[in-house]
Each structure stands twice: as C-alpha cells, then as structure tokens.
Design a protein around this ligand. Sequence first.
Ligand SMILES: Cc1cc2nc3c(=O)[nH]c(=O)nc-3n(C[C@H](O)[C@H](O)[C@H](O)COP(=O)(O)O)c2cc1C
Length: 399
Amino acid sequence: MNQIFEKAVIGKIKLQNRLIRSATFEGMADENGRPLEALSDLYMKIAEGGAGAIITGFAGVRKNGKAFKGMCMIDSDEHLAEYRKLSGRVTKHGTPIIIQLAHAGGQTGPSITGGQAVAPSKKFYASSQARARALTGDEIEGIIDGFAGAVLRAKKAGFSGAQLHAAHGYLLSEFLSPAQNRRNDMWGGDTENRFRIIARIMEKARDLAGDYPIWVKMNAYDFERGGMRMNEALKTAVLFQKHGFDAIEVSCGSGNDGFNSIRMSINPAEAMARMMPVIRDMPGIKKALFKIASPLLLKNYRPLTNYNIDAAEKIKREVDIPVIAVGGMRRLADIENAIAENRADFISMSRPFIIEPGIVNKFRSGRQSESRCINCGICLIGVMENPLKCYNGRVPEAK
Ligand SMILES: Cc1cc2nc3c(=O)[nH]c(=O)nc-3n(C[C@H](O)[C@H](O)[C@H](O)COP(=O)(O)O)c2cc1C
C-alpha cells in the first residue's frame, strides 16, 4: 500500500521515495544567473519536508536561452562554487538533486536576453510579443555544445544528475514539435530528424560526462494545430530510451497553448495584466484590449487534476526506463493508485511544494491526504519578476 514512501532507484540515483519535486523556476538568482542563498534554503525545506528527490527550476545553458529575469545560468564555470555549495547541502541530507537544463528558444525576448529570440523556425510568439528567427546550422551546433557543457558542469558541481527540459514549448520541445519545427534540413522533417539535436546533445554529454545520470522532461501532447500528439510522443519516448536517457518525465503543453502545462482554476487575465511584464507594460490601448479579449481567448484547460497520467501510462508501456508523471497530482489516494496500478513509476509535483514544502512528510504521517494547492497558478505569473511564492488565489494590487 505505502509503496510510494519506500526508497527507490532511478539508475544510479537513490531516491528517498517516489514523490519528486518537479522543476519549478524560483526566480532566486542574481542578474548574472548566480544562485542566491534563498534558493538553497528553499531546497533544504523541500528536502527536510520529505521529497524523494528535487529537480531544480530550469537553468540556462546559453545566454540567448535565458527565459526570465532571476533564472539560474549554467552556461559557464562562473557559478560552479555556488552550485557546489547548494548541491552539497541537499545531498548531505540524503536527498538527490537533479538540475534541469534549458534553452528558452522562442519563448523569451530582447528584454531578457538583449537580442532577438531564436527558434527552429521563425515565428511570432504571443507569450513574449516578439518574433524569433530561425537558428543557423552553426548556431545549432553551439546549442548542442551549450547543453553538453552544462551536463559536465552539473556533474562537476555535485548535482546527482541533470534533466533536459524538452517540454512546454522551450527550444528542445520546439525541435520535437512538428508545428514549431518546419525546417527542411537535417534538423527537421521526420521524427528522427527533429530528434537529432537531442541525440547529438546526448552523444556529446556522454563523451564529456560518461554515464552521469541524464533525465528528460517531454511533452506527450499539446493543443497547437499540427503539434505534438500521442503517437508522435510514443516514437519520441522510444528514441529517448534508445539514446540512453535514464528517466522520462511526462508533461504537456506549450506557451502557445496558453496555460495547459500548468492548468489553472481561475482565469489568469487579471493577474497577467497586473503582474506579467509583457502585458503590464503594454501601451494603454493594447492593454485595455487585452483585458477585454483575454478572458474569452484564454482557454481554461480541464481536468485540473491527474492530467498527464493517461499519457504517462501509454509511454510507460513503450519503454523500460522509469516514467515520472507530473500535472495536477494532488490527492494521496490518486498518487498511490497511479503507482500501484503501474501507470507511472514516480510522481512529481510542482505547486504543492510551493504552498507546503513539507507535503511529502504530511502525506506520509497521515496528517493530510490532499495538497492545499487550489491551482490558481498566480505563482507562475508572479515568479516572472519576483521570487517564487504561493499567492493562494489572491492577485496582488498593481504596482
Ligand atoms: C511557478 C512555476 C514554475 C515552473 N517552472 C518550471 C521549470 O522551470 N521547468 C519545468 O519543466 N516546469 C516548470 N513548471 C511546471 C511544473 O514543473 C509542472 O510541470 C506543472 O506545474 C504541473 O505540475 P503541478 O500541477 O504539480 O504544478 C513550473 C510551474 C510553476 C507553477
């Protein structure tokens, strides 16, 4: 019955239990991407609160792949000493910590990176209100070096492993998506070609870092026209296994979907107008139009709970490596059933750890059987400019 609270392994990593903190951007780095003390304090709270393992918020592997102000960067050796200190605190406690590595692709803009965003193919992004240009072949090689170099740095910095962020419309998931990747060179076209950038990253990372644990977070589906669908995701998952990934975390959605990866119980229009820089700083008329149109345009994705478990189960049937399911996992009974019924090997959660860093111990002791998170999603909008916190449904006054 309480199988989820027993120790478990993913390859060489020994987890405290089967409940993982999923990557959650914390906005706790300085302007150069150096992790702040507050970040390591937060990880300690989650570790002491009983998490089986911690996946960090995404860290940028290239300057032009920085997604938000306050994002940790691991594009050079500059912050290795701080990363070492941070990982050391958590692993000393016995909790593995896996650093998530990312490139924002088109989902960023000049206000963050100082230059035009890059993507597999050129495109206008509503989320950043900016146009991204298509990467050249040489630039793709540079990004491969960026990811592989970051894997080696993760190893040197004492992280238990690294996770490639290939979900949610960021660069690697854009390469995988038939909607975002319209290239007709060797980096686009069929599934293998769209996967090529990841295959090359893995090859290089293995050269540099040997059998260091490397996980991936992928989209099983999104709602973009011609985008990622289950059949394609199954083929992609098989390629992840073939290329030596140690685990697959199954998620969904992209920035172009709206809030599908991170589903919300409230319509976020008001929070966006007040807190999201790209909307808040719009000229008056554009902002007024946004306020009128957005409650109608922003989709309220449902269900709010357990929304990737079916997809995780399908992927689990195709591969032998461990599968982690994320997305609206809130009730202990649902988590126990998912594991007992072999629908996923591990469960990860993001927002429940924001409102209650000690949620796993609360579950384990029987004190609580459900997260207190109400899925308002304001944490996501707030973290674009402020350190991560739970707003519990309250939209702060406009600045
Ligand atoms: C504030 C916030 C920041 C997030 N940052 C990341 C991130 O850095 N990398 C990532 O893969 N997912 C990120 N996510 C998505 C979560 O990992 C997770 O996939 C999603 O929130 C669904 O899980 P949940 O319902 O347990 O919150 C973030 C979610 C939130 C709410």
